[in-house]
Design a protein around this ligand. Structure first.
Ligand code: CA
Ligand code: CA
Length: 312
């Protein structure tokens, strides 16, 4: 088997360069155009532990697609090269269209307790505001000290909230030993930017600040930092830190709320380590509509891959 990192030679990685990012994103049109023109001549080397640009003829065997019909390589939209990952969420209740990777030494990371990541994401505008979904998840086994039952899986998630299609953080814990479809260790916590929403009508609605809105019909750079030891989640969108979403010691380890705030006292307790990474779409609610997104240029490692790394 060819190691994944050798399949994706066009990515580069860099420590965070906020100024460079901001400048690069101010020139996003230029950068995107440059990337979409001809990457075959680009020759930067991806130095992140995990890199994937989706250019191979088929998904490498270490990637596990939850369903090959809705998680596929596509030439319809690309950020780099000739292909990207196409994800089609069906709407109308729970469905999962994930591409998953075990975080093992063979795949570039050995059960890390801290990961940084970057991916380019293109959310189609069709069915905008059509319910929420997770597009990024890292998970692993609960720490024994959390009090969670054995075999509980802890999920750190980057998620879209369909009220404004804005970025939100989500924490969940899953154990269903009795097989009734319900977790026996319920948390399901959320963290949002400021907004006002009334189901009575849009007139009173106040959307989150623009940096928190996930753009439609264009590529956006999503970055994240998860630290299990520090109970930390942090996100960036198009190079801007989404500081209102950060969960860490400064936030008291908690977010805006949880379905059951008593479990773990609402603290987003990290897993013992991250054992899997998932990208794609997972929807939950009956009212969700079908959504299509594309993902390209994934990089994950022990330092932050930049948004502008591929703009040459
Ligand atoms: Ca590509
Ligand atoms: Ca159960």
């Amino acid at each position: 088997m060819i190691p994944l990192r050798t399949l994706a030679p066009i990515l580069t990685s860099a420590t965070p360069r906020r100024t460079a990012l901001a400048a690069g994103l101010a020139l996003a049109g230029l950068a995107l155009a440059a990337c979409q023109q001809d990457i075959t001549t680009a020759n930067p080397v991806c130095v992140a532990a995990i890199c994937e640009n989706f250019e191979s003829n088929q998904l490498a065997s270490h990637w596990h697609a939850s369903n090959s019909a809705r998680v596929s390589l596509s030439k319809e939209k690309v950020f780099s090269g000739r292909q990207a990952l196409k994800v089609e969420a069906t709407g109308a209740g729970y469905n999962r269209s994930y591409l998953s990777l075990d975080l093992t030494p063979e795949n570039g990371l050995d059960q890390p307790r801290e990961i940084y990541g970057r991916m380019m994401m293109y959310l189609q505008g069709d069915n905008a505001l059509g319910g929420d979904f997770t597009f990024l998840q890292a998970d692993g086994p609960a720490r024994a000290t959390s009090g969670a039952p054995e075999n509980t899986v802890v999920n750190y998630r980057g998620r879209l909230d369909g009220r404004f299609d804005h970025f939100m953080g989500n924490y969940d814990t899953r154990i269903d030993a009795d097989g009734d479809g319900k977790t026996e260790w319920l948390t399901d916590c959320w963290q949002h930017p400021d907004f006002e929403y009334s189901s009575a009508g849009a007139a009173d609605n106040v959307a989150p600040a623009k940096p928190y809105l996930i753009p439609h019909d264009q590529w956006a750079c999503v970055q994240w930092h998860f630290n299990a030891d520090q109970n930390r989640l942090a996100f960036w969108l198009n190079g801007e830190e989404l500081s209102a979403l950060t969960i860490d010691a400064n936030s008291g380890g908690t977010g805006d709320g949880c379905i059951d705030p008593n479990t773990q006292a609402g603290v987003w307790t990290g897993p013992a380590y991250f054992s899997q990474l998932h990208i794609g779409a997972e929807q939950y609610h009956k009212t969700t509509l079908p959504r299509t997104l594309y993902i390209d240029n994934l990089a994950v490692g022990s330092s932050m891959p930049g948004c502008d790394a591929d703009a040459d």
